[in-house]
Design a protein around this ligand. Structure first.
Ligand code: HEC
Length: 233
């Protein structure tokens, strides 16, 4: 965009003012360009378009060592902390947080959330007559212990786009208890076995076996190599 081009387009009589106008317009454009350029540079410098993620995200995953160096117990362990009747009773108390939006009795009405009778083991997002978010309707799978656990810990993280307006239960004991409570209403999924000593032993055995296997393999390789060498000599 040059001065010359602009003055050609301007009628002769208005040449003077036209030039002046073009010069002014040129400066305005220049200033706008400069502003844009600066904002791009500033954006690059301060990562305005790339919000920083927090260094630690979310809740600890069961079985993974948590920050304090303590492993969070697994759902199986949490489900076996006390006799089932006690766990279910504890779950009933936790369910007070849910009952504003959910009924649990057979034939209970759908409210803000769907009726939860028989929900353990049922397909995710499958209660008849309830209008789910598309995120939950299309999620797939069914509600086992290992689906219910992360869902209740942080619903929005587990099913991105859910309309369940509940922050989550931070304690795995609470999640296990309320899941066991729901399980007692028309579901009866088997409670997973858990014995601390057994898992430790099983783990140790598996390790021993792996070590033995590794040693045997190394031996076999060594003999093979020796044989090849002999054959080559
Ligand atoms: C503020 C209301 C609200 C509270 C409190 C709430 N929920 Fe929900 N819940 C919902 C809504 C709404 C949905 C449907 C979500 C969707 O469609 O995305 C839902 C869905 C669910 C589902 C999935 C049901 C299905 O058919 O697959 C389960 C399970 C569930 N909630 C359990 C709980 C439990 C357990 C608690 C308490 C610890 C709880 N909810 C607390 C509103 C709530």
């Amino acid at each position: 965009m040059t001065e010359e081009n602009h003055s050609e387009a301007t009628p002769e009589t208005e040449k003077g003012t036209g030039d002046l106008f073009n010069t002014a317009a040129g400066w305005v454009l220049f200033a706008a360009g400069l502003g844009l350029g600066l904002s791009i540079i500033a954006g690059k410098m301060f990562h305005g378009d790339d919000p920083q993620r927090p260094e630690t995200m979310g809740y600890p995953i069961a079985g993974v060592v948590a920050e304090g160096g303590e492993a969070e117990m697994t759902m199986a362990e949490a489900l076996n902390l006390m006799p089932q009747e006690e766990l279910v009773a504890a779950g009933e108390r936790v369910f007070a947080k849910c009952s504003a939006c959910h009924t649990i009795e057979q034939g209970g009405a759908n409210g803000v959330g769907p009726n939860l009778y028989g929900i353990m083991g049922a397909p995710i997002g499958g209660v008849a007559g309830y209008s789910y978010s598309s995120a939950m309707a299309s999620f797939g799978g069914s509600w086992g212990w290992d689906e219910m656990n992360p869902w209740l810990a942080n619903p929005r993280r587990y099913i991105d786009g859910t309309k369940m307006g509940f922050a989550g239960l931070s304690s795995i004991e609470d999640r296990a208890a309320v899941a066991a409570y729901m399980n007692s209403f028309g579901s009866n999924l088997p409670i997973p076995d858990f014995t601390a000593d057994e898992t430790d032993e099983a783990g140790a055995e598996a390790e021993d076996e792996a070590l033995e296997e590794g040693a045997a393999e190394a031996e076999a390789e060594a003999t093979e190599a020796a044989e090849l060498e002999e054959a080559g000599a």
